[in-house]
Write a protein that binds this ligand. Structure first.
Ligand SMILES: Cc1cc2nc3c(=O)[nH]c(=O)nc-3n(C[C@H](O)[C@H](O)[C@H](O)COP(=O)(O)O)c2cc1C
Length: 331
């Protein structure tokens, strides 16, 4: 069974990927309830943390019920990263994860996220210094490389392991690919097949069906799957994968009552955590998936995503249950 430091995980664990504005405490709680084995916060700026920026600090909130939970940080400045390790430790996470994979320009241009893939020496020395600074397990999330011509992930992963990184999650795309094309899991399997590698190697990218997860496990031999987009507005995905592993069959999709209930709890937890205004606003992106595929749904979706008032959104949920309660979702 894979272990991250002393954290014991089940066979082929499913990890909720860090996702900006998505992987917040309410969503993590729902994913955890529905089978995620490890959850991560969205990436948090080390510069924001050391400047005590309220937005960054709030992202450190974690809850007992979601453990094991990893807090993900990013940055390219050693001092800032080390100082932020101390700040992060106060939230008592189970894992500190370093983001070496974010492809967006504003992050990359500062040498952080995937930008660091151009400077493997810095990537290794930052990781080493962070491992030495904390007793918590340090893990890394990264991409295959900067671009196709510079894929050195086997060597990079081994070096990260050698400086004490406790697990690595690899998104099977390069920075140059952003989110285009298909994730390539072959180089991730090469990392896993390196006989010197003994830390867990988790695969990431395009695990969007139970079959894909099975393929990652059985054909690519990886230690677990990190799941991002397939879970947005669909936290049931984790249990669906586990059910498929166990039975070879697809679990029945959640019915309307379960979906309305999840949307309702999601919104309520978001309001409790960040207040009505932000809670209403930031939960909107999930509704499309909660209620995907329902014909003639636009009017109701519009109510959910345009109303600023929580009571109106809750009323829209009631209406949906009333009107579409018998709708049969296909698997
Ligand atoms: C909305 C969104 C936000 C993301 N934010 C982060 C982030 O904060 N940190 C990170 O390491 N990756 C981030 N990612 C990348 C995902 O963690 C993951 O690597 C990527 O989506 C591929 O996995 P998937 O095909 O399962 O979605 C983000 C992806 C999306 C779609």
């Amino acid at each position: 069974m894979p272990k991250i430091g002393d954290i014991e995980l089940p066979d082929f664990p499913l990890l909720l990927a860090p996702m900006e504005d998505v992987s917040d405490p309410p969503f993590r709680a729902l994913c955890k309830e529905n089978g995620a084995d490890v959850v991560y916060t969205e990436f948090i700026s080390s510069e924001g943390l050391i400047r005590d920026a309220a937005k960054s600090i709030m992202k450190l909130d974690i809850y007992e019920k979601e453990r094991p939970v990893g807090i993900q940080i990013f940055g390219a400045n050693l001092d800032s990263m080390l100082q932020s390790v101390e700040i992060v430790e106060k939230s008592n996470p189970d894992i500190i994860d370093i983001n070496f994979g974010c492809p967006v320009k504003k992050v990359v241009s500062k040498g952080a996220g995937a930008g660091i893939l151009k400077d493997v020496e810095l990537m290794v020395s930052l990781t080493k210094a962070m491992v030495e600074r904390t007793k918590l397990p340090i893990t890394v999330k990264t991409r295959l490389g900067w671009d196709e011509s510079s894929i050195k992930i086997v060597e990079v992963a081994e070096r990260l392991q050698d400086v004490g990184c406790k697990a690595i999650a690899i998104h099977g795309r390069t920075r140059a690919q952003m989110y285009k094309g298909n994730a390539d899991w072959r180089p991730i399997a090469e990392v896993k097949n390196n006989p010197r590698m003994h830390i867990p190697v988790f695969g990431n990218g395009d695990v969007d069906t139970p079959e894909a997860a099975k393929k990652m496990r059985d054909e690519y031999g990886l230690d677990g799957a990190m799941i991002g987009r397939a879970s947005i507005g669909y936290p049931w995905f984790f249990n669906e994968v586990k059910h498929y592993f166990k039975t070879g069959e697809h679990m029945a999709p959640p019915n309307m009552k379960a979906r309305v209930e999840a949307a309702r709890r999601h919104l309520q937890m978001a309001i409790d955590w960040k207040g009505e205004k932000l809670g209403v606003f930031e939960t909107r992106r999930h509704y499309t998936n909660y209620f995907k595929g329902i014909p003639n749904f636009k009017e109701y979706r519009m109510k959910m995503v345009t109303s600023d008032d929580a009571a109106d959104v809750f009323a829209a949920f009631d209406e949906v249950l009333d009107k579409f309660g018998d709708y049969e979702f296909s698997a």
